[in-house]
Ligand binder design. Sequence first.
Ligand SMILES: *[C@@H]1O[C@H](CO)[C@@H](O)[C@H](O)[C@H]1NC(C)=O
Ligand SMILES: *[C@@H]1O[C@H](CO)[C@@H](O)[C@H](O)[C@H]1NC(C)=O
Ligand SMILES: *[C@@H]1O[C@H](CO)[C@@H](O)[C@H](O)[C@H]1NC(C)=O
Length: 116
Amino acid sequence: MKLSIPSTALPAIVFLLQSLRASAFDPLVLNPVDAYTQCEPVVFSWSGAFPPYDMGIFGTTLEALTATNATSRTWVVDFPAGTVVRAAVRSLNISSLTTASIPALTVMPSNDSSCL
Ligand SMILES: *[C@@H]1O[C@H](CO)[C@@H](O)[C@H](O)[C@H]1NC(C)=O
Ligand SMILES: *[C@@H]1O[C@H](CO)[C@@H](O)[C@H](O)[C@H]1NC(C)=O
Ligand SMILES: *[C@@H]1O[C@H](CO)[C@@H](O)[C@H](O)[C@H]1NC(C)=O
Protein backbone atom coordinates (compact mmCIF):
# COMPACT_ATOMS: atom_id res chain seq x y z
CA MET A 1 0.00 0.00 0.00
CA LYS A 2 1.31 3.42 -0.95
CA LEU A 3 1.06 5.97 1.80
CA SER A 4 0.33 9.34 0.32
CA ILE A 5 0.47 12.45 2.44
CA PRO A 6 -0.90 15.65 0.91
CA SER A 7 1.87 18.24 0.77
CA THR A 8 -0.38 20.72 2.55
CA ALA A 9 -0.28 18.46 5.62
CA LEU A 10 3.52 18.55 5.90
CA PRO A 11 3.83 21.76 7.97
CA ALA A 12 1.33 20.35 10.47
CA ILE A 13 3.25 17.06 10.68
CA VAL A 14 6.56 18.85 11.20
CA PHE A 15 4.98 20.96 13.92
CA LEU A 16 3.57 17.86 15.61
CA LEU A 17 6.94 16.10 15.55
CA GLN A 18 8.68 19.20 16.93
CA SER A 19 6.21 19.51 19.81
CA LEU A 20 6.61 15.82 20.62
CA ARG A 21 10.36 16.31 20.69
CA ALA A 22 10.08 19.45 22.79
CA SER A 23 7.95 17.68 25.39
CA ALA A 24 10.34 14.72 25.63
CA PHE A 25 11.95 16.27 28.73
CA ASP A 26 10.83 18.66 31.43
CA PRO A 27 12.21 22.17 31.03
CA LEU A 28 15.34 22.91 33.02
CA VAL A 29 14.56 25.24 35.94
CA LEU A 30 17.16 26.73 38.30
CA ASN A 31 15.59 27.66 41.64
CA PRO A 32 16.29 31.25 42.73
CA VAL A 33 18.54 31.72 45.76
CA ASP A 34 17.54 34.12 48.57
CA ALA A 35 20.87 35.91 48.82
CA TYR A 36 24.62 35.68 48.30
CA THR A 37 26.76 36.57 51.30
CA GLN A 38 30.51 37.02 51.00
CA CYS A 39 32.39 33.79 51.85
CA GLU A 40 29.21 31.96 52.91
CA PRO A 41 28.00 28.82 51.15
CA VAL A 42 24.85 28.90 49.05
CA VAL A 43 22.96 25.88 47.74
CA PHE A 44 21.83 25.87 44.13
CA SER A 45 19.16 23.39 43.08
CA TRP A 46 17.42 22.69 39.82
CA SER A 47 15.03 20.31 38.09
CA GLY A 48 14.22 19.15 34.60
CA ALA A 49 16.29 18.06 31.59
CA PHE A 50 18.78 15.16 31.94
CA PRO A 51 22.15 14.85 33.69
CA PRO A 52 24.98 15.65 33.61
CA TYR A 53 24.76 19.36 34.47
CA ASP A 54 27.35 22.04 34.92
CA MET A 55 27.11 25.59 36.23
CA GLY A 56 28.55 28.93 35.25
CA ILE A 57 28.69 31.72 37.83
CA PHE A 58 29.60 35.17 36.64
CA GLY A 59 30.80 37.81 39.12
CA THR A 60 34.16 39.57 38.89
CA THR A 61 35.20 36.55 36.81
CA LEU A 62 33.42 33.58 35.28
CA GLU A 63 33.59 30.48 37.44
CA ALA A 64 32.80 27.20 35.74
CA LEU A 65 31.74 24.48 38.18
CA THR A 66 32.52 20.91 37.18
CA ALA A 67 29.82 18.63 35.79
CA THR A 68 27.60 16.71 38.17
CA ASN A 69 24.78 14.20 37.92
CA ALA A 70 23.18 15.67 41.05
CA THR A 71 20.42 18.29 40.93
CA SER A 72 21.93 20.51 43.57
CA ARG A 73 25.33 21.77 44.59
CA THR A 74 26.89 24.00 47.19
CA TRP A 75 29.08 26.93 46.24
CA VAL A 76 31.01 29.31 48.48
CA VAL A 77 30.41 32.92 47.44
CA ASP A 78 34.02 33.84 46.73
CA PHE A 79 33.27 37.25 45.25
CA PRO A 80 33.52 40.40 47.39
CA ALA A 81 30.44 42.18 48.75
CA GLY A 82 28.88 44.44 46.13
CA THR A 83 29.61 42.11 43.23
CA VAL A 84 26.62 41.44 40.98
CA VAL A 85 26.40 37.66 40.54
CA ARG A 86 24.66 35.83 37.73
CA ALA A 87 24.23 32.06 37.87
CA ALA A 88 23.17 29.58 35.23
CA VAL A 89 22.91 25.80 35.00
CA ARG A 90 23.25 23.82 31.81
CA SER A 91 22.21 20.33 30.86
CA LEU A 92 25.12 18.75 28.98
CA ASN A 93 23.06 15.73 27.95
CA ILE A 94 22.76 15.51 24.17
CA SER A 95 19.04 14.68 24.61
CA SER A 96 18.26 17.86 26.53
CA LEU A 97 20.88 20.53 25.80
CA THR A 98 19.44 23.59 27.55
CA THR A 99 20.41 26.39 29.90
CA ALA A 100 18.50 28.05 32.75
CA SER A 101 19.44 31.08 34.77
CA ILE A 102 18.19 33.06 37.77
CA PRO A 103 17.98 36.83 38.32
CA ALA A 104 21.21 38.58 39.25
CA LEU A 105 21.79 39.40 42.94
CA THR A 106 24.38 41.59 44.67
CA VAL A 107 26.70 39.93 47.20
CA MET A 108 25.90 40.98 50.79
CA PRO A 109 28.74 41.90 53.17
CA SER A 110 30.07 39.70 55.95
CA ASN A 111 33.04 39.82 58.30
CA ASP A 112 34.58 36.79 56.61
CA SER A 113 37.02 37.55 53.81
CA SER A 114 38.97 34.31 54.15
CA CYS A 115 37.67 32.99 50.81
CA LEU A 116 38.66 36.01 48.70
C1 LIG B 1 21.30 11.46 29.16
O1 LIG B 1 20.09 11.26 29.85
C2 LIG B 1 19.57 9.95 29.71
C3 LIG B 1 18.21 9.96 30.38
O2 LIG B 1 18.33 10.30 31.73
C4 LIG B 1 20.54 8.96 30.33
O3 LIG B 1 20.05 7.66 30.17
C5 LIG B 1 21.90 9.10 29.67
O4 LIG B 1 22.82 8.27 30.33
C6 LIG B 1 22.36 10.53 29.73
N1 LIG B 1 23.61 10.70 29.00
C7 LIG B 1 24.76 10.93 29.62
C8 LIG B 1 25.93 11.13 28.73
O5 LIG B 1 24.85 11.00 30.83
C1 LIG C 1 27.04 10.56 35.54
O1 LIG C 1 26.49 9.27 35.41
C2 LIG C 1 26.98 8.59 34.26
C3 LIG C 1 26.20 7.28 34.10
O2 LIG C 1 26.17 6.60 35.33
C4 LIG C 1 28.49 8.36 34.42
O3 LIG C 1 29.01 7.70 33.30
C5 LIG C 1 29.18 9.71 34.56
O4 LIG C 1 30.55 9.53 34.81
C6 LIG C 1 28.55 10.52 35.67
N1 LIG C 1 29.09 11.87 35.61
C7 LIG C 1 29.48 12.54 36.69
C8 LIG C 1 30.00 13.92 36.44
O5 LIG C 1 29.42 12.08 37.82
C1 LIG D 1 30.84 42.40 61.62
O1 LIG D 1 31.14 42.20 62.99
C2 LIG D 1 30.68 43.26 63.83
C3 LIG D 1 31.18 43.00 65.26
O2 LIG D 1 30.90 41.67 65.65
C4 LIG D 1 29.15 43.31 63.76
O3 LIG D 1 28.68 44.37 64.58
C5 LIG D 1 28.74 43.54 62.32
O4 LIG D 1 27.33 43.50 62.21
C6 LIG D 1 29.33 42.50 61.40
N1 LIG D 1 29.03 42.84 60.02
C7 LIG D 1 28.49 41.98 59.17
C8 LIG D 1 28.25 42.47 57.79
O5 LIG D 1 28.22 40.81 59.48
